[in-house]
Design a protein around this ligand. Structure first.
Ligand code: 5GP
Ligand code: MN
Length: 354
């Protein structure tokens, strides 16, 4: 890791550092050329998606005060309640309300255009597209991009982009980007919580970000109906493969009974992954239009994104998701065999190495 001001503010691998620097220069050039800029992250936005969009928005405004920069949502839905405290969250626009043709569309935290949901239309109308992301992706999507799967969060990449642009990191930029990093690393507890994530987080705190405010809003402000749903989900956790796969689910009826909202149930996979000895966690929930959303997590070396892709979704090695047409039982029947196969293959590989 190279260090500046005692921290590591660039990727540890030389190849990644070079790629990132070149990508930053190319993205900067696109911003230089554009007047009307839209920044948008993925559908059902999480803390990295929203914090990165808002942190980048303020960074670009600071460096180019005369450009028109709009933060856009991918869905025609309100900002999730737990993230509405983020500075400038009230400026996030819904895609159906944005009718202009942007010069530049910056997609953050997504590797497939489909993940833009309704904002795909806006993206199609843009003259140029830039991508800042950390999902593994084989096919380049933008005219310029930084795609770095080694980055714990897109918030890390944007903080380094602000340093590259020599933009002063204000307390608002810092708060948005710290929220991105805290949430995508599971409060610095997942496998992606590396030295770079801690170093950038430390810089952001020194520039005015408040970890306790993030914690209060994101992790200590659950509505009672959600906690009742959580207890239902907890109560029905089951395991397969001798405890190595942990599984639970939430039905439409559970949501109705408890009064919990669908977007509140996003964090329930964390309950499932907390089972002792589990290596893979699976959570299924019924969503509208006859579909099931699946969340997959790996606590070890298993690459659950491969199984998510097989199911038509995607994500990272340790955190991935998919959407399935059908019922929960059918989704479980479809996803369990490839998960079992993944465990067995890794087990066989470990045995032949040992
Ligand atoms: P989550 O399970 O929290 O929804 O998503 C975990 C990770 O997988 C996130 O990084 C998310 O962007 C990615 N992901 C979730 N669902 C999908 C999907 O349907 N397609 C793709 N490409 N990525 C997904
Ligand atoms: Mn992310």
């Amino acid at each position: 890791m190279s260090s500046r001001e005692g921290g590591c503010f660039e990727p540890s691998s030389k190849a990644d550092a070079k790629m990132q620097l070149e990508g930053f220069a190319a993205v900067k050039e696109l911003i230089d050329e554009a007047q009307r800029i839209v920044i948008c992250a993925h559908t059902s936005p999480d803390g990295d998606a929203l914090g990165s969009v808002l942190g980048l928005m303020e960074t670009i405004r600071a460096r180019w005060p005369h450009k028109e920069v709009t933060p856009l949502l991918a869905d025609d839905a309100p900002v999730p309640r737990i993230y509405s405290f983020l500075p400038h969250a009230e400026e996030l626009e819904r895609p159906s309300a944005y009718t202009l043709d942007p010069d530049l569309f910056i997609a953050v935290d997504l590797s497939q255009m489909g993940r833009l949901n309704l904002a795909q239309e806006v993206c199609r109308r843009a003259k140029k597209v830039a991508v800042l992301d950390h999902h593994p992706c084989d096919v380049p999507m933008g005219d310029a991009e930084v795609v770095r799967p080694g980055a714990a969060a897109v918030g890390v990449i944007i903080a380094e982009f602000a340093l590259f642009l020599q933009v002063e990191i204000t307390p608002h930029i810092a708060q948005n980007l710290l929220c991105a990093i805290v949430t995508d690393t599971g409060r610095f507890q997942y496998q992606n919580a590396d030295g770079e994530a801690f170093a950038v987080a430390s810089l952001l705190v020194s520039r005015g970000a408040s970890p306790s405010e993030i914690s209060l809003n994101v992790y200590q402000s659950f509505r009672l109906p959600f906690l009742h749903l959580k207890s239902l989900v907890m109560g029905r956790i089951t395991t397969f493969e001798g405890g190595r796969i942990a599984y639970s689910y939430a039905t439409q009826n559970d949501l109705e009974r408890t009064g919990a909202d669908l977007d509140e149930s996003d964090g329930l996979i964390d309950v499932v992954r907390s089972v002792e000895g589990s290596e893979i966690a699976l959570f299924l929930k019924k969503v509208p239009n006859g579909k099931v959303r699946g969340n997959l997590r790996s606590k070890g070396a298993h690459d659950v994104s491969a199984v998510a892709r097989l199911m038509g979704g995607g994500g990272h090695r340790a955190a991935a998701g998919f959407t399935f047409d059908g019922d929960i039982d059918e989704a479980l029947a479809a996803v369990l065999p490839p998960l079992r196969k993944l465990l067995k293959e890794n087990c066989d590989a470990a045995r032949s190495e040992g």
